[in-house]
Design a protein around this ligand. Structure first.
Ligand code: SAM
Length: 472
């Protein structure tokens, strides 16, 4: 029944295969010989199967757990260096016809203020986001064919790309909207989106159906096969995720990796990124009502094991998590974070009074973007506002090829340096600017290719003189 190449949800996310995997992992989690053999394979830095990775996830031999963490750090360094990419979510509309029991936008919530941004309001929000320094957005919307049809999403993407405020521009719009048709995915592709993001929420079919009792999202197969339709439509950068806390984390972990294996097997290209959200308090949602919450240590182990199992995949953590938690996870494999986020519809342009608050969930990390940038640099990271890959046609298998051969450094490091410089010139506080310029001086000298180093130095001077948007 289990068939990673199949296009049927229940065959590539096969319940029995997950149960067998969990049993195998429990049986072998402390079998040193097997754990060592898996770690030996992991050290090749080409990834692991869902079964191998689940053994590592379950393993609780302290020295081996330390090895897992050390390896995750090493792999992160090899594939991503010290770069951390920044983005912000932009909530367009919280009208929603679904009944997701963990989400305050569910249809039965009659007291949450419902709001849909007009194109003029989107323009204002985008100007505010550009004034913070953002270049990459993830647009978010509830599912509502009447209030938020695909035409509204397409108009919004166009509006976002068109806003050019001072030196600002949004150069990559990622899209997180409900599962849709091949035809609509084609329209999104033609609109020039970056990544299509869709969280599975849970891979456990029975739980999925209970957690999504009403609305189109109830259909497990339609939701689970969405990435196949997106790929069929030509979107080859897709981003997976589960909402940790809904189901047993071990089940989700195996399902997530099987989903990645499926995309690789069926389309020759795995997910561009994986998000690891945890359920949070929100309006009428109490996270304690869900039995499967995970503590910070388990969360860290999940992140480290994903990094080892899928070395080249971007890993994203949002402001759902606190500064302390994000600091720990950055060190274990996370490569992309949001900063200065608002999870309400509107709120970047004009802060919202509580009575109008339409937040999807509570934000734990509330620091402004400038503070996040400074903090990243103090921790030894290189903040990056790069959006180059997809604009240069490095998506899907082309991206993966360059990434797997670790050639991506030749593009990403210079692009990170140049986009950070833009940020420092246009938006940073004096303190951040000073720290950033010191970091850039060091980082430029580390570029190995002399020709690229020379071009970057020239471009940095041009950025100081007012030119923008250099990229490799
Ligand atoms: N409406 C789209 C869909 O159904 O996939 C996607 C947009 S939704 C705004 C983005 C994600 O927020 C959801 O996929 C879900 O995982 C997450 N989310 C919903 N409620 C949450 C909560 N209480 N805490 C944390 N994340 C939540």
């Amino acid at each position: 029944m289990y068939n990673p190449k199949s296009r049927k949800a229940e065959e590539f996310i096969c319940h029995q295969e997950i149960l067998d995997t969990l049993e195998y992992a429990q049986k072998n989690k402390n079998n040193i010989e097997i754990v060592d053999k898996i770690l030996e394979k992991a050290r090749l830095k080409k990834g692991l199967t869902h079964r191998e990775a689940t053994v590592l996830l379950d393993c609780d031999i302290p020295e081996k757990v330390e090895e897992i963490y050390a390896l995750a750090r090493e792999i992160k360094q090899d594939y991503y260096g010290n770069r951390i990419v920044l983005f912000a979510p932009l909530y367009l509309s919280n009208y929603c016809v679904n009944g997701c029991v963990y989400c305050p936008y569910h249809l039965k919530n009659k007291h949450i203020p419902r709001k849909k941004l007009s194109q003029e309001e989107i323009r204002q929000e985008v100007e505010a986001l550009q004034d913070m320094g953002h270049k990459r957005l993830a647009i978010e919307s509830g599912e509502d064919p009447v209030n938020n049809p695909i035409e509204y999403i397409l108009d919004s993407i166009k509006t976002i790309y068109d806003v050019k405020h001072k030196n600002g521009s949004i150069r990559r719009v990622n899209v997180n909207i409900a599962a849709t048709t091949v035809e609509n995915y084609k329209k999104l592709h033609d609109a020039g989106i970056g990544t299509y993001i869709l969280f599975q929420e849970t891979y456990h079919k029975e739980s999925y159906e209970k957690l999504h009792p009403t609305g189109p999202k109830h259909n497990y197969a339609y939701h689970t096969e969405a990435m196949d339709r997106a790929m069929e439509a030509g979107i080859d950068d897709v981003s997976l995720g589960v909402l940790f806390g809904l189901e047993l984390y071990r089940y989700e972990f195996a399902g997530l990796l099987m989903h990645a294996e499926h995309l690789e097997a069926a389309f020759g290209v795995g997910p561009h990124a994986i998000s690891v959200p945890r359920i949070k308090h929100a309006d009428d949602i109490d996270p304690d009502a869900f039995d499967n919450g995970i503590d910070d240590d388990t969360f860290a182990k999940i992140v480290a094991c994903i990094r080892i199992a899928a070395p080249y995949v971007g890993m994203i953590i949002s402001t759902r998590e606190s500064k302390e938690c994000r600091e720990k996870l950055l060190n274990l494999g996370v490569s992309q974070i949001s900063g200065g986020s608002k999870t309400s519809v509107g709120g970047y342009f004009k802060p919202m009074p509580d009575s109008e608050d339409s937040s999807q969930f509570d934000v734990s990390d509330r620091r402004p973007l400038d503070e996040v940038i400074k903090w990243l640099m103090e921790l030894g990271y290189l903040p990056s506002f790069c959006t180059s890959c997809y604009r240069q046609g490095r998506t899907g298998d082309r991206f993966m090829e360059i990434c797997k051969s670790q050639q991506i450094h030749n593009f990403c490091q210079p692009n990170a340096i140049m986009t950070l410089k833009e940020y420092l010139e246009d938006y940073a506080s004096d303190e951040t600017k000073k720290l950033g310029n010191e970091l850039i001086s060091k980082e430029v000298e580390l570029i190995e290719n002399e020709k690229i180093k020379h071009v970057v130095k020239e471009n940095l001077k041009k950025i100081e003189q007012g030119q923008r948007d250099f990229k490799f």
